[in-house]
Ligand binder design. Structure first.
Ligand SMILES: Cc1cc2nc3c(=O)[nH]c(=O)nc-3n(C[C@H](O)[C@H](O)[C@H](O)COP(=O)(O)O)c2cc1C
Length: 340
């Protein structure tokens, strides 16, 4: 902290002639605030207890799950992520028909995140054989499903009688007729939730941030009988290659994920906590223990992690080392504590 202040002081004095006194003061103050924050986090970071109760009616070994679509197409990769410290896993989204997805390029790393336009590639019903052995040994595997209508959601859900829980993908921003194409309509969100709730399993509804009022969509899922809301999926986005003079993604548009979306995810979770009474699973840009705590303070009972896994396959165990302690507090003490 002292170093920050001394550095800030001397660097600002040398700029004194060109900056006004007021600006120098503001810069010094910001340096002081940042330095104090660093010190606060290093000394006082909250430690949590491992969860002892189900979250969204699903038993989890910790507060972190692998997000849908990340290493989630085989039982082997999903069980590897459980082995590497994920408290639960969500599968790749499975739909009513096999799908190849959009033509490439469909995954571009960009500054602060990833732009993807996978377009929900999936093996459809064949996935039931693939995932069956894992469902037999773990109760922390959530099956992500999608459809274009409530009937299609029900058709896919029926293929997984041994699922511990379903996550409804009503939020992918780059698949015609699916995801956010229908998930921005509260009536359809409610009907799809009702259609899957018939199977008497926990239903998590993953909703899109690409709406004016995310609370309206969250409440629709709640009325439909959801057990938890997951927010957020990727944010519709695009980039253009100035060299090629065309969009970089084969599909032109895609979804943005990673650190770049963290602030938007925090805002979405905060809004949902105000609007709904269901547990919220925060998702979007989480990569550190401090990010997990911040999501919880906004209102999340647990988090899902996606893009950060590509950077660090051990992200779950690394976060656990920083987040948990035998003398930690129950997460319930901080969930939503940032609200008035
Ligand atoms: C390559 C890729 C594929 C994805 N596939 C799915 C998917 O099949 N179903 C889904 O609901 N979300 C999918 N997502 C969205 C993630 O589950 C997550 O909501 C999003 O990436 C934000 O979290 P993150 O910033 O931690 O990655 C995918 C994301 C990426 C990057």
């Amino acid at each position: 902290m002292r170093f920050h202040l001394v550095f800030a002081f001397f660097s600002k004095i040398s700029l004194y002639d060109c900056l006004g006194t007021y600006e120098v003061f503001v810069h010094l103050l910001l340096g002081f605030i940042n330095a104090s924050r660093t010190t606060y986090n290093a000394i006082d970071m909250i430690k949590l207890q491992i969860p002892t109760e189900k979250i969204g009616d699903v038993p989890l070994d910790n507060h972190m799950l692998l997000a849908a679509g990340i290493l989630g197409t085989t039982a082997a990769s999903l069980s590897r992520m459980l082995f590497l410290g994920a408290g639960g896993v969500v599968t790749k989204s499975i739909g009513p028909e096999p799908k190849n997805g959009h033509h490439g390029p469909s995954l571009i790393p960009i500054s602060g995140g990833i732009l993807n336009s996978m377009g929900l590639p999936n093996p459809s019903q064949e996935f039931t054989d693939e995932i069956a052995p894992l469902l037999a040994v773990s109760k922390s595997v959530v099956i992500s499903i999608f459809g274009g209508t409530p009937e299609e959601f029900a058709k896919v859900a029926e293929w997984f009688p041994n699922a511990s829980a379903f996550e409804l993908n009503l939020s992918c921003p780059h698949a015609d007729g699916y995801g956010s194409a229908i998930g921005t309509n509260p009536r359809i969100v409610r009907e799809c939730t009702e259609a899957v709730k018939v199977f008497d399993k926990p239903v998590w509804v993953k909703i899109t941030p690409n709406v004016t009022d995310i609370g309206v969509i969250g409440r629709a899922a709640e009325i439909g009988g959801a057990d938890a809301i997951v927010a957020i999926n990727t944010i519709r986005a695009m980039r253009i290659s100035t060299g090629m003079r065309c969009p970089v993604l084969g599909n032109k548009f895609g979804g943005l994920s990673g650190t770049a979306v963290f602030s938007i995810a925090i805002r979405a979770v905060y809004d949902l906590y105000e609007a709904c009474s269901l547990p919220i699973i925060g998702c979007g840009g989480v990569s550190t223990a401090d990010n997990v705590l911040e999501m919880m303070m906004a209102g999340a009972s647990a988090v899902e992690i996606g893009s950060a896994v590509y950077e660090n396959i051990n992200v779950f165990s690394d976060i656990s080392k920083d987040l948990y302690d035998a003398n930690g507090i129950p997460a319930a003490e901080i969930v939503g504590c940032a609200h008035d």
